[in-house]
Design a protein around this ligand. Structure first.
Ligand SMILES: [Mn+2]
Length: 268
């Protein structure tokens, strides 16, 4: 059931100045009232953050088109928590996160600030969609934003099961070259990171973990396969990470058998 004028929170992980955020705001404005609360800086690949040991600031800013917005010193997931805990007044019907510069496919979702912002909404019981564009070069986020709004519209109309969010990835092609939309499962990313060691001016080593963009296994039915074939990929993700298929096997492991005992003096 769609409220007459749903209230949509738009956030991202590329920061409040990112063009993908503005494009998503424009697209989501067709669905209802949009409020923006996004990180002040780029938090890409920050994972699911809960800032606990320093204060969070929230500041009123204007986007490049003059739209009022809120920025925070916190992470993307902090932005969502701030909004849902009361920084934004009134109920929020939907959280849309993106449009991220770069895909969030397969295991990327565990690193992704874009997806974990949406996960934070799911934890709060608010429906959420993450949207990413599979390009690091394109500055046109309008097609991906439109698909994010289309998926968001469907979520508002139909609702999602509790614990489920939608991860949308859009190929970097014009609207008329999109082959369609595929409902997918998470594929297998292949990361190509390498360890680079350098030495600082004081003679101590430091490290970079960096490499070419990840590739992936293009198994049919996966998010990686869909985007590689110019389809919009929509993957339902759940926060229950339990490996259900392994539970029975794990029962047979006899984890409590003798042989590894506590140190003397522990828990006396
Ligand atoms: Mn990002």
């Amino acid at each position: 059931m769609t409220p007459d004028r749903p209230h949509i929170l738009v956030t991202n992980d590329d920061g409040i100045r990112a063009p993908g955020l503005l494009a998503l705001k424009n697209a989501c404005s067709r669905l209802g009232k949009v409020t923006i609360l996004a990180p002040a800086r780029n938090w890409s690949a920050s994972g699911h953050v809960k800032t606990m040991h320093k204060p969070l600031r929230v500041e009123e800013v204007l986007l490049d088109d003059g739209t009022p917005a809120l920025s925070t010193t916190g992470a993307p997931s902090d932005a969502v928590a701030l909004a849902l805990l009361g920084i934004i007044s009134g109920p929020i019907d939907l959280v849309v996160s993106g449009v991220n510069e770069g895909a969030n496919l397969g295991h990327d979702v565990t690193y992704s600030g874009t997806v974990t912002a949406a996960m934070e909404a799911t934890i709060f019981g608010v429906e959420a969609v993450a949207v990413s564009l599979d390009s690091r070069e394109s500055d046109d986020f309008s097609v991906a934003a439109m698909w994010g709004a289309r998926v968001g519209r469907a979520v508002l109309e139909r609702g999602l099961p509790r614990d489920v969010l939608l991860n949308v990835n859009v190929p970097p092609v014009s609207a008329d070259r999109i082959a369609g939309v595929k409902i997918t499962r998470m594929g297998l990313r292949i990361y190509r990171d390498e360890l680079t060691e350098r030495v600082d001016p004081r003679g101590r080593p430091y490290y970079w973990i960096v490499g070419p963009e990840p590739t992936g296994v293009e198994d049919e039915g996966t998010d990686i396969w869909a985007v590689a074939n110019d389809y919009v990929s929509v993957t339902p993700i759940q926060l229950d990470l339990t490996a259900h298929r392994f539970i029975d096997c794990l029962h047979d492991w006899d984890l409590a058998r003798d042989g590894v005992e506590p140190d003397e003096g522990t828990f006396r």
